[in-house]
Design a protein around this ligand. Structure first.
Ligand code: F6R
Length: 241
């Protein structure tokens, strides 16, 4: 079952998400699953404030990334390992060496996908943070992704490449391939919090929360998860009754 919590704006969403993450850590849940992108940025900033203020520590935590571009190179500013370092790791006491992600530059990507899926599964993610694509993707499980999918290489849809083009100098630089945790991999997390901000996410949020569970809207798989919460600002929640 998915619980949807409607909040006024991005600040309230960030506070509520940080509260859920903090309570999970304080209950002993030290393995985090991290999304990159705009949606969790304010949540990560709020976590950093709490760490700096001495109200929270991530020193005993480890973290696993959801996904990575293929072939971008580890030094590229949009490599998700780099993005999460800038957005979170540099500002908190989470040891850099305990932040792990799939290697999008691996020579044998199939072997890397198998390795990473096993690593994530064995780590038992306690709290998975998600964003949602305007087409309903979570991780980079684009529409049509099997609900039983595990970590694999996928082709981004043109819509996702357009959505992500704002992070690149020119849109043609957006990679076509990514490694992503699968829907089944993501759903192995004990708790999930999905952050949705903005009107362009409203249709995806409505389908994810209330529509049929189907690979047409990959996020709808969360309806089958025992502890998934969608935190939506009023624009992202605007298509909910
Ligand atoms: C990123 C990821 C994606 C994003 C989604 C929303 O690691 O897994 O599913 O969460 O594309 O992106 P933003 O938050 O930039 O709108």
């Amino acid at each position: 079952m998915t619980t949807v919590i409607r909040l006024l704006g991005a600040d309230e969403v960030a506070l509520a998400a940080a509260d859920l993450i903090q309570s999970s850590i304080e209950a002993g849940g030290r393995v985090l699953g991290l999304a990159t992108g705009a949606s969790p940025q304010a949540t990560y900033t709020e976590l950093a404030h709490r760490v700096v203020a001495g109200r929270l520590s991530l020193a005993e935590c480890s973290a696993y990334l959801l996904d990575e571009y293929v072939g971008l190179g580890s030094g590229h500013p949009q490599n998700y390992g780099e993005v999460i370092r800038r957005d979170l790791v540099d500002h908190v006491d989470l040891p850099d060496t305990r932040v792990l992600g799939p290697d999008g530059d691996a020579g044998d990507l199939s072997a890397e996908c198998r390795r990473y899926d096993k690593a994530v599964t064995e780590a038992h993610i306690d709290m998975q943070i998600l964003g949602i694509g305007s087409n309903g993707h979570i991780g980079f499980n684009e529409p049509g992704s099997p609900l039983t999918s595990t970590t694999r290489v996928v082709s981004l849809t043109e819509q996702t490449r357009r959505d992500n083009a704002r992070h690149f100098d020119v849109s043609t630089q957006v990679p076509r391939l990514v490694v992503t945790q699968g829907l089944a991999t993501i759903c192995r997390a004990r708790r999930i919090v999905l952050v949705a901000l903005g009107e362009h996410k409203a249709a995806a949020v409505a389908h994810a929360a209330l529509g049929p569970v189907s690979s047409e809207c990959p996020a709808s798989v969360l309806q089958r998860h025992p502890d998934a919460t969608i935190l939506a600002d009023s624009a992202a929640a605007s298509r909910l009754p």
